[in-house]
Design a protein around this ligand. Structure first.
Ligand SMILES: [Zn+2]
Ligand SMILES: [Zn+2]
Length: 274
């Protein structure tokens, strides 16, 4: 029998954490999403949300953490990720080499002196660093697999598709659409249960930020429809967007969502059951 998956939103912001009373409803932590695959824990990105109160690590002794790219908003949570200090934990980190620098070197450079007092050699968990490539399908055991696709983002990004046990989650932060990418992404996301989408900007703000490597919620709805996904979850919001502003965007997006596709705006602590 298929076991249900639970997706937990742990961080919803791009670029920088957003800290003030105007961000309490949607949340202010940077990108992190957890997928509990009926026992196995898969994490997408290590933004500050990785250290928040929503973590589903309790009772787990293994976490597989896929990092889309190493811009700071996607890895700052590694500084405070308590599981790295737990000798009972097995942690697998996945990402790509960039500019001739191995993924391991990128992480070790950032997480350690002088940027942080301790580094990988101090962690008591069993940590394995895996270097992956776009086009690859990474077997995760237990019938789970992760497909990897190239995203369009400054310094490049990886997009992910997790499949297994009759469920599928596609994760497409941070990525700017273009004519060659659209059909590739449509095929990549085809028929997924859940598409987790880079909704950094409104269409108006997107037009003001060409080349920043992001998308809009309206593009997410269009992609969801084209790829036949069941639900689109908007996240990675600009930290200029307050609760009041996002409420209005959410209202518009829900009004535009075509029949057959659920559209949700991520809030920290939100759970989606698949
Ligand atoms: Zn980002
Ligand atoms: Zn980025």
């Amino acid at each position: 029998m298929e076991r249900p998956w639970t997706v937990t939103v742990q961080g919803v912001r791009g670029s920088m954490p957003a800290v003030s009373g105007e961000y309490l409803e949607y949340g202010g932590n940077t990108a992190c999403t957890a997928v509990d695959c009926g026992g196995r824990l898969i994490l997408f990105d290590a933004g500050s949300g990785l250290t928040g109160p929503w973590g589903r690590l309790q009772g787990k002794n293994r976490a597989d953490l896929f990092i889309g790219h190493v811009h700071a908003d996607h890895i700052i949570g590694l500084f405070g990720f308590g599981a790295l200090h737990n000798p009972e934990m097995e942690i697998h980190l996945y990402g790509e080499a960039r500019g001739g620098v191995s993924f391991r070197r990128q992480l070790e450079f950032f997480v350690g002196p002088p940027y942080w007092p301790i580094g990988f050699s101090d962690f008591r968990a069993s940590v394995t660093i895996h270097e992956i490539l776009p086009g690859q399908c990474v077997p995760l055991g237990g019938g789970l697999s992760m497909r990897v696709m190239r995203g369009n983002h400054p310094n490049q990004s990886l997009l992910y598709r997790l499949d297994g046990a009759g469920h599928s989650v596609v994760y497409t932060l941070d990525c700017e659409m273009n004519d060659s990418l659209l059909p590739q992404l449509r095929a990549f996301a085809e028929g997924a249960d859940l598409l987790i989408w880079d909704a950094s900007f409104t269409d108006t703000d997107l037009a003001r930020h060409p080349g920043w490597g992001h998308s809009s919620w309206r593009q997410g709805i269009e992609m969801g429809k084209a790829a036949g996904v069941k639900m689109v979850l908007m996240t990675h919001f600009s930290n200029d967007y307050t609760d009041t502003f996002l409420h209005e965007q959410e209202r518009q997006a829900l009004a535009e969502a075509p029949d057959g596709i659920a559209v949700r705006f991520a809030r920290e602590g939100m759970e989606v059951r698949l």
